[in-house]
Ligand binder design. Structure first.
Ligand code: GAP
Length: 456
């Protein structure tokens, strides 16, 4: 097995993300807002592709899952029932000299790590953001920005059962923003105050929960591998009894080897019947399920694979980052899996001469129908290849003067630098096959391996 090592240091990655328009600090012209980030033109595509890959794997391709998009603001009692009002807090201490605040459970000594000052006694600090609903700002109108998407799925359990006629085991999946007023921040988009989650609540018969828990741990781990993340940079970590959340019977984290070390990318918990029992108690509604086989009402157990979009984006970027030498020049490249690469194809006319423009624009217009495609005619072909490599574009299509005669173009593969020359007719199908994983040298009719010529 290859040795595990962080693929890139964080500074390099942050710099690439800013330089190329993946991720910017939020409200940057005002100095930024701590732990809030804006996804730029490439970042938004990357994130959309990750979410789409997740949705396809856990909803579209399964017949035991349905989707949901619940509102961010929920009835305040939801957070009483879930335990968040009571227990979703970090213990905080304040330095009596410099007034900096710290999480006491993360401190090593009993002095301020910054100035060595004396610390106050720990006080619990709730991580939920509060706001008010309606025009009056009083205790009765307090609502919270949801700290997880999960609760929307628990409170809609009955609605989903009644409207879809799904039988156990089945799941509800949701992607959406969550908010936490985190005390410890930093490490780029790893810990944000506003972030996106991709959560599944999978409802099963009690007694089958262990089997489904194991199934989902395996399934979710494999999904990250399917995104192109190297196995040696992924690790499962079981929670000890002491660290289990109040609702969990068993929990595994899928950890990734980020630049700052191993850290959680997804948590998978067996929540038992905690959530449906709690919401039944607080709402007064019987949230049970009628089992046709045993003719009994049962409260399903819930298996919850809960992933973060931002942490997945960070992991795929870290894992894809590489530096090598191409055509005698150093290059930075992102080996992003084609399914998540922000731009799938770049169309590059060999020269800016007007004779190449009509055909190049035609090819560009055609490919844009199918994929996020970029068009670049500025500077030398070598520099343009480098620009695409740096943002992870899997294929470049080059149009040269010969293309005007033979109606063929060159496809260049990002990782191997190999090239083929193929007919423009059928180019979409050829590129689709390559994006789906077909070897570049499997040629379409009329195609050939390209070892030089005008595009070199
Ligand atoms: N419903 C269960 C739940 O929310 P969690 O472990 O607190 O569990 C699940 O969060 C996932 O959400 C984490 O594994 C992580 O990927 C993401 N996440 C949590 N807090 C985050 C934060 N402050 N910034 C970015 N992602 C976060």
């Amino acid at each position: 097995m290859t040795e595990s090592r962080p693929a890139v240091d964080m500074e390099k990655l942050v710099s690439l993300c800013r330089r190329r328009g993946f991720i910017f600090p939020s409200s940057e012209i005002y100095g930024g807002l701590s732990s809030c980030w804006d996804y730029g033109p490439l970042g938004v595509e990357l994130k959309r592709n990750i979410k789409q890959a997740w949705w396809r794997a856990v909803v579209q391709q399964r017949d035991d899952m349905v989707g949901l998009d619940a509102s961010i603001l929920m009835h305040p009692q939801v957070w009483q029932a879930s335990g968040h009002v009571e227990g979703f807090s970090d213990p905080l201490v304040e330095c009596k000299s410099c007034h900096k605040r710290w999480r006491s459970d993360e401190l090593e000594g009993d002095k301020c790590p910054d100035c060595g000052g004396e610390l106050t006694e720990p006080k619990l600090f709730n991580l939920m953001f509060k706001t008010f609903i309606g025009p009056v700002e009083d205790e009765a109108s307090v609502v919270y920005l949801r700290p997880e998407t999960a609760q929307g799925m628990f409170v809609n359990f009955e609605n989903v059962v009644n409207t879809t006629r799904k039988r156990l085991p089945f799941g509800i999946a949701q992607i959406g923003k969550s908010f936490r007023n985190e005390v410890t921040t930093g490490n780029f988009i790893f810990r944000c105050r506003e972030f996106e989650q991709m959560e599944i609540e999978f409802f099963v018969k009690p007694g089958t929960d262990k089997q489904w828990f194991d199934y989902w741990v395996e399934e979710r781990l494999n999904w990250y591998v399917s995104l192109g993340i190297r196995k040696e940079n992924l690790k499962l970590r079981q929670h000890t009894k002491e660290e289990l959340a109040h609702y969990a019977r068993e929990c595994y984290d899928i950890n990734y080897l980020y630049p700052m070390g191993w850290a959680e990318m997804e948590g998978i918990a067996n929540r038992g019947d905690f959530d449906l029992v709690q919401h039944a108690k607080f709402s007064g509604k019987g949230l049970s399920y009628y089992d046709e086989e045993t003719k009994e009402h049962i409260v399903p157990y819930i298996i919850e694979p809960s992933a973060g979009v931002d942490r997945t984006a960070l992991a795929v970027l870290c894992d894809a980052y590489d530096e090598d030498v191409a055509d005698g020049e150093p290059r930075v490249l992102l080996h992003l899996h084609p399914s998540i690469a922000p731009i799938k194809v770049a169309v590059l006319p060999l020269s800016r001469k007007e004779t190449l423009a009509p055909l190049s624009k035609e090819v560009y217009a055609e490919l844009r129908q199918q994929w996020m495609t970029s068009f670049d005619e500025a500077q030398s072909i070598g520099r343009r290849y480098r620009r695409q490599d740096e943002i992870g574009t899997p294929f470049c299509v080059t149009i040269d003067f010969q293309s005007l005669e033979d109606k063929q173009v060159t496809i260049r593969e990002r990782d191997s630098l190999r090239q083929i020359r193929v007919p423009i007719e059928g180019l979409r199908a050829t590129l689709q096959a390559k994006l789906d994983g077909e070897d570049l040298f499997v040629l379409p009719e009329g195609g050939k391996i390209w070892k030089g010529g005008e595009t070199q």
